[in-house]
Design a protein around this ligand. Sequence first.
Ligand SMILES: [Ca+2]
Length: 243
Amino acid sequence: MTVTTNSPSSTYVITAGWTNPTDAYSSDNVRTYTPTTTAAQGYGNYGFSFAAGTVIDKVEFGIERYTSASGDTISLYYSVDGGTSWTLVTSSTPTSETLDYYDRTADRTWTLDLLSDANLKTKILAYLASGCLIEGTKILTPEGPKNIEELNVGDYVVGNENGRKVFSKIKAKTTHFLKTMCHEYKGTGFAGNHKVWVDGEWKNVYDIQPNAREYEGFIYNIETELGNYYGENDLLIHNLTKT
Ligand SMILES: [Ca+2]
């Protein structure tokens, strides 16, 4: 089997924000970057040229990237209709630079035409750290589970102190409306990375649940005096820490 790996040689702005987007054409430690949430950049002209009758055994999409703040995500999409519709390949938040390939062979019946420059596009999309929970998230309170949007500064929730469940006061709350990626874990929808208590240690929810879906709506973040609080299914959630 012959493996052909091509990089893009054209780029176009979808939602402004990526600086020096042509720097993403090659892996040379010179990079495109963005400080703008929802910035999206399209890529094309992969230049695949195959002999007629070539059989496609496998199609993978690769991306090399990193994020500088915990909770930032970079998503990769592809299009086989010239950028009209997009399929999500991956949404991830690696804090050290990694090159990963994703097998999308099973997505569709791949034909040579779909890999032509007229049809094949990719898109990178950035969401900057939100570290929040989506609307409808249940938080455990002394009166039982309540939706996070109903909680306010000064209210009590249930947290953990030295292995015991205790009441803890909310000292801050923020709300945003945005389009982002949502990672679901144990009934809680995380729009941004968060540490959760799993198997006796704090772990990044993105490391436990790398799969994501798109979410558009209100997101909320609460900070409690104790530094943590319980969501559904006894999941202990750490106050947001950008480490
Ligand atoms: Ca580069």
